[in-house]
Design a protein around this ligand. Structure first.
Ligand code: UDX
Length: 450
């Protein structure tokens, strides 16, 4: 490709959801002129006004800083001619959700953005895929790009997966623990080295590879993390049957540096917009390749994970002597994890909805998630404070480990609830504190004798 001496000044980011909005703001922070493009005019209007349509610590401030500095703009660019004539590098950051009625990834948005963008490009440029995609996508898109590139210009493709965690999106983007780039040429790699010069200056590991490896690194990382969580949760099924302490077990094996303690927190399991859909899409993709046996274990991981939700519900029934009809149950936390307002595939919300459907009088409180949860399950009762949720509750279930909930003590709740019963579905409370204060206390991974 012919970006002269890998000079990159102007960058576009196509898709301004979680990944794209963060990437756009961080690229501006790194000194590039950035245009974020989205097909949703409402989202663009709100980002252009410096407002974020989702919760992510530090991101609104960064967006406002660079919208004000003039280095960051957000536009709808239906035929991509504005960014196509302007940017040197285009990042594709649109979503690849789980297909409705299927387990594979929906590639509609990636395909449409790549084709439309290529047709709008009028100068030599590099398209960089960041979305999480089935292996083989980049090779296919490279052909799509070739077929749609205008005469006399060169447009090439690189794959550069993103590993950001919700709640730490800015930090993970500005100071990644590694950078992975799959390119088809040395020249394209040099362009990306110029883009990420700052991180490279800090000796961030740089993994230069082919398209397939770059695509697979992302799904392999998420599959590994999901497996780690389900692994400890499988042991939780054992300890809650025979006795034993799952947290001590995790601590003990975690001291082995080959294993590591991170992502060994047993509880109600993983959710969110990435892990569940990515392990399903990976299984679907390898099955298409005739290798369904290779990733079959991921189905088991998925099942272990979903069983944790059922276990939390079974415990709720046990604590209420199998009679939950009309009983007030406080659900503390419906986001898939703290520091997020994301309720996609969130275990706590799933449990809340099932208990509600089973006839319980469910009161949900989440510091950030109520609004999104109410869009999904409007009939459940959402309350604005922890106090309202627990007042006159016959059972409290801690389903997301927000600091506000981790700090709870029995005395905080004692005079409010109707009956002192609690399920700590994230294993963040100290059992003896509650039991000594007269509470009926249950945790996932801990034997409970009703
Ligand atoms: C994940 C990956 O971590 C990130 O690298 C990738 O880019 C996107 O997917 P995220 O979806 O933000 O990030 O969530 P993560 O922090 O990985 O947590 C996923 C889920 O696992 C949460 O529901 C969390 O509560 C749960 N979890 C995590 C556990 O149940 N136990 C643990 O020990 C760790």
């Amino acid at each position: 490709m012919a970006l002269v001496n890998a000079t990159v000044e102007n960058v576009s980011v196509i898709g301004t959801g979680y990944l794209g909005a963060t990437h756009a703001a961080c690229m501006a922070e790194l000194g590039f002129n950035v245009i974020g493009v989205d097909v949703d005019p409402e989202k663009i209007a709100s980002l252009a006004a410096g407002d974020l349509p989702f919760h992510e610590p530090g991101l609104p401030e960064l967006i406002r800083k660079h919208v004000n500095s003039g280095r960051l703009r957000f536009i709808t660019d239906p035929d991509y001619t504005t960014v196509g004539a302007w940017a040197d590098v285009h990042f594709i950051a649109v979503g690849t959700p789980q297909l409705k009625g299927g387990t594979g990834a929906d590639m509609t948005y990636v395909d449409a953005a790549t084709k439309g963008l290529t047709q709008g490009i009028t100068k030599d440029s590099l398209i960089v895929g960041k979305s999480t995609v089935p292996v083989g996508t980049a090779a296919r898109l490279a052909e799509l790009i070739q077929d749609n590139t205008g005469d006399g210009i060169t447009v090439s493709l690189a794959w550069n997966p993103e590993f950001l965690r919700e709640g730490f999106a800015v930090e993970d983007t500005l100071t990644p623990d590694r950078l992975v780039v799959g390119t088809a040429s040395e020249a394209d790699e040099q362009v990306l080295r110029a883009v990420y010069a700052e991180a490279l200056g800090r000796d961030t590991p740089w993994i230069s590879t082919d398209y397939q490896t770059a695509e697979l690194v992302k799904v392999a990382a998420n599959a590994f993390l999901a497996t780690k969580i389900s692994f400890i949760n499988a042991f939780a099924e054992v300890t809650e049957t025979v006795g034993g302490d799952i947290t001590t077990l995790a601590d003990a094996i975690g001291h082995d540096t080959r294993i590591g303690r991170k992502f060994l927190n047993a509880g109600i399991g993983f959710g969110g917009g990435c892990l569940p859909k990515d392990i399903r899409a990976l299984q679907t993709r390898v099955a298409e390749l005739g290798l369904d046996h290779s990733m079959r274990f991921l189905d088991e991981m998925d099942q272990i994970n979903l069983r944790r939700r059922k276990k939390a519900i079974a415990l709720a029934f046990d604590l209420l002597d199998q009679d939950i009809e009309g009983k007030k149950i406080a659900i503390l936390g419906v986001t898939f994890k703290p520091l997020s307002d994301d309720v996609r595939d969130a275990p706590g919300l799933d449990v809340a909805a099932r208990l509600f459907n089973a006839g319980a009088d469910v009161a949900v409180y989440d510091p950030q998630g109520n609004t999104n949860a109410a869009k999904r399950y409007p009939r459940i009762n959402y309350v604005n404070t922890l106090n309202e949720a627990v007042t006159e509750a016959e059972l409290v279930i801690l389903t997301t480990e927000w600091d506000e909930f981790k700090a709870l003590t029995p005395t905080d709740l004692h005079n409010k609830v109707t009956a002192p019963r609690i399920i700590d579905a994230r294993n963040v409370l100290t059992p003896t504190d509650w039991e000594n204060a007269g509470w009926t206390f249950a945790q996932l991974g801990r034997k409970f004798d009703s």
